[in-house]
Design a protein around this ligand. Structure first.
Ligand SMILES: Nc1ncnc2c1ncn2[C@@H]1O[C@H](COP(=O)(O)OP(=O)(O)O)[C@@H](O)[C@H]1O
Ligand SMILES: [Mg+2]
Length: 267
């Protein structure tokens, strides 16, 4: 456990203000405001093409927003390179897992740890190794956490796609983030695997004191596990609140949930 967590409701871990991303004539993200505070588990949902991944790209430094402001723990990150975002404790996974296929699973994690180790000690929350949660200290402890201990020696290309998704989470955790952004980590998983993934995500938040923002297409599962959900539609944020409220929001039902809930009914 960290010794000095940010107080809930204190300075936001990430404060995104009026983030806009345009690709030519297309506005993929349209003036989205979002605030994430320490210890939150927040979902982001919305139809395909709503701008969810582009929003993640913008708040993790992968894509430069066309306009808007990003503050991490009060520091301005607008226009900074991705490694500056990492230095502020922001880590993310990609919709298509990016693992090193030829390398053993354990080495994929070790790579992330090396990266974390090279970071200057300006990383105040995990200021020194002693304050790093035991579960994030070594490649093996991270493998245990994500349930891939038995696969440690296998090349990453040889594990199943669902295990590769877990590995990608492990690689993000190896950078010892404070804010973990997960982009459809449950895509393509079976119903019981999706539930296991949701349980893992909750454990990460509960046991490692992480803030987690989780984009997922499996809306019904997501809504059962998050405390707050943001809905994007055509690049705009149309709702932001507790799941019980958001699912009753007429604009959300109209834009998205009505259809999605039906689609997700098991065959
Ligand atoms: N690099 C890009 N260049 C041009 N258009 C893009 C690019 N990335 C995403 N888009 C477009 O932006 C919109 C939002 O995409 P995306 O953020 O991937 O949506 P989501 O993750 O919600 O499915 C889509 O219309 C998509 O085609
Ligand atoms: Mg996406």
């Amino acid at each position: 456990m960290s010794e000095a967590p940010l107080p809930r409701g204190g300075v936001p871990l990430l404060d995104a203000r009026e983030i806009t991303v345009r690709f030519g004539g297309l506005t993929a993200v349209d003036a989205v405001d979002a605030v994430f505070t320490a210890g939150e588990l927040v979902g982001i949902i919305g139809p395909n093409g709503a701008g969810k991944t582009t929003f993640f790209n913008a708040i993790s430094g992968v894509t430069q927003p066309t306009s808007g402001r990003l503050l991490a723990s009060g520091r301005n990150l607008s226009g900074q390179a991705p490694h500056r975002f990492a230095a502020q404790g922001i880590a993310r996974t990609f919709q298509t897992p990016r693992v090193f296929g030829d390398m053993p699973v354990r080495d994929n994690i070790a790579f992330g740890l090396k990266f974390a180790g090279r970071r200057p000690r300006q990383y105040w929350l995990w200021g020194d190794e002693a304050s790093v949660p035991w579960a994030l200290r070594t490649a093996d402890s991270i493998l245990d956490l994500i349930g891939l201990g038995a696969q440690a020696e296998l090349p990453a290309a040889a594990i199943t796609p669902s295990q590769q998704r877990l590995l990608e989470i492990g690689m993000a955790l190896a950078t010892r983030p404070r804010l973990l952004l997960l982009d459809e980590v449950a895509a393509g998983l079976t119903e019981s695997e999706v539930e296991d993934m949701a349980q893992l995500i909750r454990r990460l938040r509960d046991e490692l004191d992480l803030t987690v923002v989780w984009i997922e297409h499996a809306v019904t599962t997501l809504l059962r596990h998050v405390e707050r959900v943001i809905v994007l539609h055509q690049g705009r944020k149309i709702a932001d609140g507790p799941p019980a409220e958001v699912v009753r929001n007429p604009e959300v039902i109209e834009a998205y949930l009505g259809d999605e809930m039906m689609e997700e009914t098991p065959p």
